[in-house]
Design a protein around this ligand. Structure first.
Ligand SMILES: C[S@@+](CC[C@H](N)C(=O)[O-])C[C@H]1O[C@@H](n2cnc3c(N)ncnc32)[C@H](O)[C@@H]1O
Length: 408
């Protein structure tokens, strides 16, 4: 519990007080290194630690390039009050929004990939283990089922039948409009159990769960490792992961109401007329460092999403990336309150030769956002902190660089 308290601010700060806090930060013994870019102070220190136990168990689902809950928490607890609206225009697995809801803030989210909402929504109002258990028992997952060609490289035939029958049940419930929170929860957990490294997943040993190997690549992996998929009990693994995800719910539940979700490219304006956003905390794709389409193909199949139809921005061109950042800034400014804050997390790529925070500072100046400082959380990435699900998981990046901006 102590770790948890350490992460939070004592009280709501103004942005100027926040900047002063970062400058004088000594909580873990080291003083802040102060640098500068284009008139904007850059503060380097260990502002939050990567200790997994400081995060709520509901966060423990994997997603490519997710950030740790400690990051949005740092800003949410210092710069907003309960009831304020917190937004993430690139929400991914929804780390910002879940953390906001756990702290009683209202949540508003967007991601161009519909998978995001499926991963987040059920965790914002989790069902009980008893409800999940009862639903799983009511399903008849054993028996023949049609399945796509090639999937037997990942799954034992009986497991594959169970996956396909579960998928069919969930798709039917959704198209009939009667999928409830228990169905949504089961789908979210199943998406997360599809493939991975251990016996806790439905598949034979393959890539970490936030990346899916292609069928061809998995065929080669199996030959190299001399392995064939063993039987895994789909319902039993969903039950087990549910118990683990819910273990902290007794001490803290998400209470912040959901304002809504968008599923659109950030380059288009958000049709929102609710209370204005007080704080946005986000992390965009870092140019083309992560291949979201390839990584999520199997998850999209399970969820009935056509990956090619999802307009994810993945670009190696700096001008195209700037346009993406500009879109996120302009369209978030339009729904934010005056003096609202944007914490925009990026990294260093191409062996630190390109500091994306500098690009964000330059682009922000052309919009309604005034850059106030850059907070660089410099931490030692140990093997443990790189365990999937809590790492920042981007090849070539090793620090969180957050541009903090004020809405003019
Ligand atoms: C770095 S991830 C966000 C991870 C998130 N912070 C988390 O903790 O899970 C970036 C997200 O941006 C989404 N995305 C990519 N291009 C987009 C676009 N043009 N508009 C909106 N979302 C986009 C991707 O689907 C991906 O989920």
């Amino acid at each position: 519990m102590q770790d948890q308290l350490d992460l939070d601010g004592d009280e709501r700060l103004t942005l100027d007080e926040f900047r002063t806090e970062l400058e004088g930060w000594r909580r873990y013994g080291k003083g802040t290194i102060v640098d500068e870019y284009s008139g904007v102070p850059v503060f380097v220190n260990e502002f939050w630690t990567s200790k997994q136990r400081a995060a709520h168990s509901l966060h423990e689902i994997s997603y490519r390039a997710c950030f740790k809950p400690q990051l949005p928490r740092f800003f949410i607890t210092r710069l907003t009050d309960p009831g304020d609206v917190v937004f993430d225009p690139f929400m991914g697995r929804g780390t910002t929004l879940l953390e906001a809801a756990l702290h009683g803030r209202q949540t508003l989210g967007n991601d161009v990939n519909p998978l995001s909402r499926l991963l987040l929504e059920a965790r914002l109002s989790p069902p009980s283990l008893t409800e999940v258990d009862a639903r799983l028992r009511s399903l008849s997952l054993d028996g023949p089922a049609a399945h796509p060609d090639g999937f037997e490289v990942f799954f034992h035939e009986r497991t594959l039948n169970q996956i396909c029958r579960l998928r069919e049940y969930l798709c039917e419930r959704r198209s009939a409009g009667c999928a409830d929170i228990v169905d949504q929860w089961i789908r979210m957990v199943a998406i997360n159990r599809l493939t991975g490294h251990s016996k806790g997943f439905f598949s034979v040993y393959t890539l970490p769960p936030n990346q899916a190997a292609s069928i061809e690549r998995q065929r080669k992996n199996n030959a190299r490792r001399n392995q064939t998929p063993e039987y895994r009990d789909v319902a039993a693994l969903i039950r087990r992961k549910t118990r683990s995800l819910l273990r902290d719910v007794r001490r803290q539940v998400p209470t912040g109401p959901v304002r809504g979700f968008f599923r659109q490219p950030v380059e288009t304006p958000f049709a929102y007329d609710g209370p204005p956003v007080s704080l946005a905390v986000t992390s965009p794709p870092f140019m083309n460092i992560v291949n979201y389409k390839a990584d999520n193909w199997l998850r999209c199949w399970f969820a009935g999403i056509e990956p090619e139809a999802v307009g994810i921005t993945q670009t190696g061109r700096l001008d195209a990336w700037k346009a993406l950042v500009r879109g996120a800034l302009v369209n978030t400014a339009a729904i934010s309150r005056r003096d609202g804050v944007f914490a925009f997390e990026v990294g260093e790529i191409r062996n630190a030769s390109l500091l994306l925070d500098q690009v964000v500072v330059d682009v922000a100046r052309e919009t309604a956002w005034e850059p106030v400082c850059v907070a660089v959380n410099a931490q030692v990435f140990t093997k443990t902190s790189n365990t999937w699900g809590i790492d920042n998981n981007r090849a070539g990046t090793n620090s969180n660089r957050i541009v903090v901006m004020r809405r003019r």
